[in-house]
Design a protein around this ligand. Structure first.
Ligand SMILES: *Cc1c(COP(=O)(O)O)cnc(C)c1O
Length: 394
C-alpha cells in the first residue's frame, strides 16, 4: 500500500531519469533491506557496490555519531584532522603518494583526467592531451566522463562532448599500440568492467599496456570506483593483474554508504596539481572521511579480504553448477560477479524481487551481483536458490 503511494509521489516530484524497480526501501540491517510495507529482502546489489559493510553497521554509525557531535563541515580553506587522518591511512594502505578527495566516482575521474592533461601541458606543451579508454567502459555521467565512457548508448545526446578521447577494444593489444601515439597523455582502464557487463581484463594485456605506458611516458590510470576497496577480494582489482598505475580513482565502497570519492597518485604525479588548479566544496568532508576511516579499518584486514575471496569463489562455483540451461557464462572476481544469460534479465530480476531477493543487471543479459562484503553463506544460499528457481520458472 505504502509502496504505491510513494511511487506516485516520486513520479510527481522527481525528474523521471531512472527506471526503478517497484520497491521503496525504508531501512536495512546487515545484508537485509526492508521496504515501506515491511517486506524483507536479501540485498545482492549493495547499493551498486556502495554498502560494503552492509546496513546499520555499528562501527560506521559510531564513527559518524562522534564526528557529527564535533563538526559536519568546514571548507577546504582550512585544515581538518579527520580528513588528514583518512588521507594518511588511505595512502599508506595503498602505497600511493598523495590523495585528492571528491564526492563521487565521476568527480574522481574528472580530477584524474585533469591531472593527465596538466601533465601533458607541463611536460609536452600540451601536445600530449588525448586519453585512451576502452570500449564497453564506464567512467561516469558528467560530460567529460561520458566522453571517456566507451559506449555509444551514452553518446546520443548532450553534444558537444569533451574532445580528446579514443576508444580501444579491451584485451586487444594491437589496437592499443596503434592508438597510443605521441598525442596521448593517459590510458584509463577498469580492471573488471562493471557497468559494461563484468568483463575482466587479461593479465597479459594489462602488463603490455603498462610497459607501453612506461616506454612512452603515458600516465596509467585505473578506475577502481566499482572494483576497488576490497570488492574483488584484493584491495584493488588491478593487483590481480600485477601492474602498478600512476593514478587510481575510488568512490562507491569507500564511504560504506556516505558519498565520497578520491584520486590517489604516485610520487611522479603528486606535484602536477598546484594551488588553485582544482578543488571541491564538499571534497574531504569530515563526516564522509570519518565513515571512510571505519570502512578502511575493516577492509584492510587480510582475513576480511580472504573471506571476500572465499565467498566469491563459493558463489561462482554454485553458479557454475546450477541446474539450468539459461546461464551462458559466469565472470568476475570476489564479490563482483556477472552471470550472462541467454535470455533477458529484466523479468528475472522482477520475479526475484517478488521472492525477496534483489539483484542488479549490467546491460540486458547479465545478472550482476555486488552484495555487501559482509553477506553470510546462509544469505548467499537463499539468494542463489531463488535465482535458480526463477531461471527455471520462465
Ligand atoms: C559508478 C562508476 C563511476 C561513476 O561513479 P558516480 O559516483 O556514479 O559518479 C565511475 N566509474 C566506474 C567504474 C563506476 O562503476
Amino acid at each position: 500500500m505504502n509502496t504505491s503511494l510513494e511511487m506516485e509521489k516520486e513520479q510527481k516530484y522527481i525528474m523521471q531519469n531512472y527506471s526503478r524497480f517497484p520497491v521503496v526501501i525504508e531501512r536495512g540491517n546487515g545484508s537485509n533491506l526492508y521496504d515501506v510495507d515491511g517486506k524483507e529482502y536479501i540485498d545482492m546489489t549493495g547499493g551498486i557496490g556502495v554498502s560494503s559493510l552492509g546496513y546499520n553497521n555499528e562501527g560506521i554509525k559510531n564513527a559518524l555519531h562522534a564526528q557529527i557531535d564535533k563538526l559536519l563541515h568546514t571548507s577546504n580553506i582550512f585544515y581538518n584532522s579527520t580528513t588528514i587522518e583518512l588521507a594518511k591511512q588511505v595512502t599508506q594502505l595503498t602505497k600511493m603518494s598523495k590523495v585528492f578527495f571528491a564526492n563521487s566516482g565521476a568527480e574522481a575521474n574528472e580530477c584524474a583526467i585533469k591531472i593527465a592533461r596538466k601533465y601533458g601541458f607541463d611536460n609536452y606543451n600540451g601536445k600530449k592531451n588525448k586519453i585512451i579508454t576502452l570500449k564497453q567502459s564506464f567512467h561516469g555521467r558528467t560530460i567529460t566522463t561520458l566522453a571517456a565512457t566507451g559506449q555509444d548508448k551514452y553518446h546520443k545526446y548532450f553534444h558537444p562532448f569533451t574532445e580528446g578521447f579514443k576508444y580501444v577494444e579491451m584485451n586487444n593489444i594491437d589496437e592499443m599500440k596503434e592508438a597510443l601515439d605521441d598525442t596521448v597523455c593517459a590510458v584509463m582502464l577498469e580492471a573488471i568492467q562493471g557497468e559494461g557487463g563484468i568483463l575482466p581484463m587479461n593479465v597479459d594485456f594489462a602488463k603490455q599496456v603498462e610497459k607501453l605506458c612506461i616506454q612512452t611516458d603515458t600516465i596509467l590510470i585505473f578506475d577502481e570506483v566499482q572494483s576497488g576497496i576490497g570488492r574483488t577480494g584484493k584491495f584493488f582489482a588491478y593487483e590481480a593483474l600485477g601492474v602498478k598505475p600512476d593514478i587510481v580513482t575510488i568512490a562507491k565502497g569507500l564511504g560504506g554508504g556516505v558519498p565520497i570519492g578520491a584520486v590517489l597518485c604516485n610520487s611522479k604525479m603528486e606535484k602536477v596539481l598546484n594551488k588553485g588548479d582544482h578543488g571541491s566544496t564538499f571534497g574531504g568532508n569530515p563526516m564522509a572521511a570519518a565513515a571512510a576511516i571505519e570502512v578502511l579499518k575493516v577492509i584492510s584486514e587480510d582475513v576480511f579480504l580472504k573471506e571476500v575471496e572465499k565467498k566469491g569463489a563459493y558463489i561462482t562455483a554454485k553458479l557454475k553448477n546450477m541446474r539450468t540451461d539459461k546461464i551462458k557464462e559466469v565472470r568476475g572476481a570476489g564479490l563482483m560477479i556477472g552471470v550472462e544469460l541467454n535470455c533477458e534479465v529484466k523479468e528475472i530480476l522482477n520475479l526475484c524481487i517478488q521472492k525477496g531477493v534483489l539483484f542488479l543487471s549490467a546491460g540486458d543479459y547479465v545478472v550482476r551481483m555486488l552484495p555487501p562484503l559482509i553477506i553470510t553463506y546462509e544469505e548467499i544460499d537463499i539468494a542463489l536458490k531463488t535465482l535458480e528457481e526463477t531461471l527455471n520458472s520462465i
